[in-house]
Ligand binder design. Structure first.
Ligand SMILES: Nc1ncnc2c1ncn2[C@@H]1O[C@H](COP(=O)(O)OP(=O)(O)OP(=O)(O)O)[C@@H](O)[C@H]1O
Ligand SMILES: [Mg+2]
Length: 362
């Protein structure tokens, strides 16, 4: 899918906005504080039920207002909408006009990925963001993953509750069995997905960081030693688990590491290269989601100019051209996007000033 019409009300400095996007490529230009990231944040919110900038959803509602509304109509006339009322502390979620209860109903219909100037710091900063990234891809690529993940999360919660309340060993064992079984299943899904992603990543690295492509290594950690049974690992740490009150190994602990000469990649490459690497990884994941055809992804790139030189932007332009999905890019001025704007005029250019969006005539 692609966003055809985006409607935003009282979302940060966007009072009442409608944007008719291009099916493939869009640029949004505006000065600092004009509202560029807020437009992307609104689209992201629809896909994830949360912001990429804050956990405090209520701070997003325009000052002195009670609720924000974001809705989109896609190229197949499907409609998705979400509103947040801070007085009532509730979400109102709509799918084709019908009210739905769960935020996940939206996530099934729209696969939004974003790269911001902060993304790479988050990504290399700790396993949480890496887990979130991989599981987002799996969610859209592997049909059975969401259901298994939900099951696993429930069992993990139960097991942790047992460890915390120190109930009898019999009950802990009961949940440990289920926990180990589901951890195996989740780990297998992730392993297969990461194999796919790794191959795909190589193709995009060749475009964006050709020197890195042949020497980069990807290490997958499933959440416990690959050489051992999870039951045995858990048995070794059983006293510690009871003391801390949570599961110390299992699929919830998984991670991926990128290595260069056996060293963590992020220590071996520059900030600009880190950004290019994350772009390559995001393009790879976007392309995998596209191939599955369950839902077409939407790629958001915030503040493209930051840290990328002319050569890198040209490489990125080539890469984006190969992608079969909608892309929305923001930048502070036209110089930053110059090499990305195609000559065939097959795109739309928007300008945003104090939360007001206008389209540039070509
Ligand atoms: N809840 C809110 N109500 C009203 N305005 C807000 C709210 N939250 C943030 N703002 C304002 O919205 C404006 C737009 O912010 P946004 O981050 O979208 O700008 P931007 O164009 O991405 O800027 P930059 O180039 O610096 O990244 C800012 O001036 C900010 O102060
Ligand atoms: Mg911004």
């Amino acid at each position: 899918m692609s966003v055809e019409l985006l409607t935003i009300q009282n979302f940060r400095n966007l009072a009442n906005t409608q944007v008719n996007f291009h099916k493939k490529l869009n640029f949004i230009i505006g000065k600092n504080g004009s509202g560029k990231s807020s437009i992307l944040e609104a689209i992201f919110f629809l896909g994830h039920g949360k912001s990429f900038r804050t956990n405090k959803t209520d701070t997003i509602v325009t000052y002195d207002h009670e609720q924000f509304i974001v809705s989109i109509k896609d190229d197949l006339a499907k409609q998705l909408g979400i509103s947040r009322n801070i007085k009532l502390a509730q979400f109102d979620i709509k799918l084709n006009g019908d009210r739905v209860q769960k935020l996940s109903a939206l996530a099934k219909n729209i696969a939004v990925q974003i790269v911001t100037p902060e993304s790479f710091k988050l990504f290399f900063g700790g396993p949480k963001e890496r887990r979130r990234f991989i599981d987002l891809g799996l969610f859209h690529v592997e049909h059975n993953f969401p259901q298994q993940w939900k099951l696993f999360s429930k069992v993990l919660k139960q097991r942790n509750a047992c460890l915390k309340s120190k109930v009898g060993q019999k009950e802990i064992n009961y949940w440990t069995d289920k926990f180990c079984h589901l951890s195996q299943i989740i780990a297998q899904y992730r392993k297969s997905y990461i194999d796919l992603l790794s191959k795909e990543l190589n193709d995009w690295l060749i475009l964006l960081l050709p020197n890195l492509a042949p020497i980069m290594e990807l290490n997958y950690y499933q959440g416990w030693s690959a050489k051992r049974n999870l039951v045995d690992v858990l048995s070794d740490v059983s006293e510690k688990e009871l003391a801390y009150g949570y599961s110390m190994a299992g699929a919830q602990k998984f991670d991926i590491k990128f290595l260069l000469n056996k060293q963590p990649l992020e220590l071996m490459i520059s900030r600009g290269q880190q950004k290019l690497f994350l772009l390559a990884l995001t393009l790879a994941q976007t392309n995998l989601i596209t191939k599955v055809k369950q839902v077409k992804p939407i790629l958001l790139i915030d503040d493209i100019g930051a840290e990328l030189d002319q050569y890198s932007r040209l490489a990125l332009a080539k890469a984006i051209k190969q992608l079969d999905c909608q892309v929305i890019i923001t930048a502070i001025d036209e110089i930053a996007i110059e090499p990305l704007v195609p000559e065939d005029k097959n795109y739309k250019m928007f300008h945003v000033k104090h939360g007001e969006i206008s389209i540039e005539s070509k």
